[in-house]
Each structure stands twice: as C-alpha cells, then as structure tokens.
Design a protein. Structure first.
Length: 356
C-alpha cells in the first residue's frame, strides 16, 4: 500500500506541473481528464503526506526519550502520534476503496410518471423540482433535454442533463421507484392516494465514440415540436426522435433551438442509455449473493416513500425515516444522500474485510 501511495504522490506532482503549463487547455478533453484525476487523488495524497509527517513526529519524539527531562513530553507525543496515525490510516482505507469510474461525471436525469394517473405526473414534477433545487445548491447546471407535460401540470416524462463535478456520485442512488402518499387536490373526501414514479440516473459518456453505433441500426425521425418555446417551435421540423433497433431504445429531443442541436443531444442520451444497459447486464452476470445495502439500482425497484400527511420520507433500502419532507422536497437532500453514501461505504468496507 505504501508503494502505491508513494506512486500517487509522484503522480500528483506530475499533474500539478501539467495543469500549470501554458498549453494546459489546448486540448480540452485531455484537460478535463487531468483535472478529474487531480481532484480524485489529491485527498488521498494529502492524507498520505499527513501519515508520513505523523510517523516523522513519532520518530522525533522517540529520539527524545533518552533525555530524562523530555521523557514525559516525548511519551505524550508518541501516544498522540499513534492515535493520529490510526485516524489517518482509517481515512486512507476509506479513500482507497474501489471507486466508481463514473462518480465525477455529469448525468442525465430521467423521471417518468407511473401508476396513479394525473397525481403521478404531478409527483414527477415535484421530484424534478426537488432535484433541480438540490442541483442549485451544488451550483450545478440543469438543462431540460425533453419534457412531456401533463394536462394538469407535472410531467408524464422529463429528461434533463445535470452538469457539475461529482453529480453522479451524489445522485447515483436515486435510481429506482419513488412512491408518494398524499391527498390529491381533486380528492373531495380527504382520502390518501398512492402513486409512483421511476427515476433513472445515467452517467454521461465522455465521447460518443466510447459506444459504437452502426448507422444502419438507428432510424432518425423529425417532427414539429410542441409546447412552450416560442413562435418558431411549430414552424419547422426541429424535434428529433432516434430509434435504436438492437436495444429498442427510443429517444426524443425537442427543447433545442435547431434540429442539429436536438439530434446531438438525443445522441448523447442514447449513448448514455446504451452504456447503462451494458453496465447493468455486466453487473447482473457477476452479481454475488451479497448485494449492496443500497440495492441493485434497478429503476423498477421501490426505494423510497414520500408520506405527506405524516411529513416523512422513508428510504426502504437502509430503513431510514426523516420527518422533514418539506425541506427535502425543496432540495435539502444532504442528510439523505450522505446517509446512503455512508451505508454504501460501510458495506464496501465490510466486503473488503471479508475478502481479506
């Protein structure tokens, strides 16, 4: 482990030199990869250097033990140093856990209304608002790619791109079935209704070339966009629908200002979905009996219930209940997201311990 950490320390120095060079941004794709790697290994190297410093402090204190006047002070320094080493070692172990290669990527957020009719569409709108508000708190950018609005509000389906460092790492556990229990505005007798939506979090693929798509495997249709967007929206066939025959995936995009922009955005979504499908198939093949506490991430799996009459949100994967539904649905999701991440991390550590 020490050898690996020393190698990472040297790599960080190299990355610092590359980022400070005059032509660092001449190749933006390479620049993004370098900054991503720099951000990933910096905290590890910082802890490793703190570990080395703590060891040096202990050696210095041990050298003072021979001096009778300094013995008590030296002994205290050694004990404090050992305690510090334990804390740093635990943090290093956490930082060295297997990383999801997609953690720092941008994402595509897909929300689809499920059972519950109009109330489900309204709930889809509430979920989109929740994630949008959370993204605002993170200073991330949210761009709607495609939206199918419901007649009474909300969405039958909405797809958005969220751009921000670590977006996938924060939101990857949101994939799955979300259920709401509340009294609809149209309910005259005050009965609680249950409806549901599915959420999918797809990491953006760096380059479309990462996935090979045979032009013969797709059909491109254009049509006139509908909905808000200015007078030009119904005058040209700017909306785009791409059908990928091998997977059956269909992507529509109509929020861009031109057919070219919509096609480019639709291709990005298509590639992200194909990649996610490939990853899910790979994970299914290698799945062991022990599954993550966070669940499979399958978008059909019920993961969370939003109970408005009781003001509570329950995440069924980790048996977490929070009585702060108003704050969470306004984007204050940190406690929920951090607890999910901690449980996942604890499960990884437990698995690592079993393997050792």
């Amino acid at each position: 482990m020490i050898k690996k950490l020393a190698t990472l320390s040297e790599r960080l120095d190299e990355l610092n030199r590359l980022l400070s060079s005059e032509d660092a941004t001449s190749d933006m794709d390479n620049y993004r990869k370098i900054t991503r790697e720099h951000a990933e290994i910096t905290p590890i190297v910082e802890q490793f250097r703190a570990y080395e410093q703590a060891e040096a402090d202990i050696r210095e204190a041990q050298a003072m033990l021979a001096d009778p006047e300094m013995k008590d002070f030296a002994q205290d320094e050694i004990e404090n140093g050992k305690d510090k080493l334990e804390v740093i070692a635990a943090e290093l172990q956490r930082l060295l856990l297997p990383k999801d290669p997609n953690d720092e990527r941008n994402i595509f957020l897909e929300i689809r209304a499920g059972t519950g009719g109009d109330e489900s569409a309204l709930f889809a709108g509430d979920l989109f608002r929740m994630y949008s508000r959370f993204a605002e708190r993170q200073r991330w950018r949210v761009e709607v790619v495609s939206a199918s609005e419901s007649d009474i509000g909300g969405y039958k389906e909405i797809i958005a791109k969220i751009e921000g460092f670590g977006a996938y790492s924060k939101l990857k556990f949101e994939s799955g079935g979300h259920r709401v229990q509340r009294v609809p505005d149209t309910e005259t007798q005050g009965r609680i209704h249950t409806s549901a939506c599915t959420v999918a979090i797809l990491p953006e693929v760096d380059e479309i070339s990462d996935i090979t798509i045979n032009p013969a495997d797709i059909r491109l249709d254009t049509f006139r966009a509908s909905g808000a967007g200015g007078q030009h929206i119904n005058k040209t066939d700017s909306a785009v629908r791409i059908t990928h025959f091998p997977t059956g995936i269909v992507v529509e995009c109509q929020d861009g200002r031109s057919q070219h922009a919509n096609k480019a955005q639709a291709m990005q979504v298509l590639v992200a979905r194909i990649k996610a499908k490939q990853v899910n198939e790979q994970q299914s093949k290698i799945a062991s009996e022990r599954r993550s506490l966070i669940g499979s991430g399958d978008r059909s799996e019920r993961i969370r219930t939003y109970n408005y009459p009781q003001g509570r949100i329950t995440d069924h994967r980790i048996n977490l209940t929070l009585y702060k539904i108003d704050a969470i649905t306004e984007g204050d999701m940190d406690e929920l997201i951090n607890t999910l991440a901690s449980e996942h991390q604890a499960d990884l550590l437990a698995t690592l311990g079993e393997d050792n």
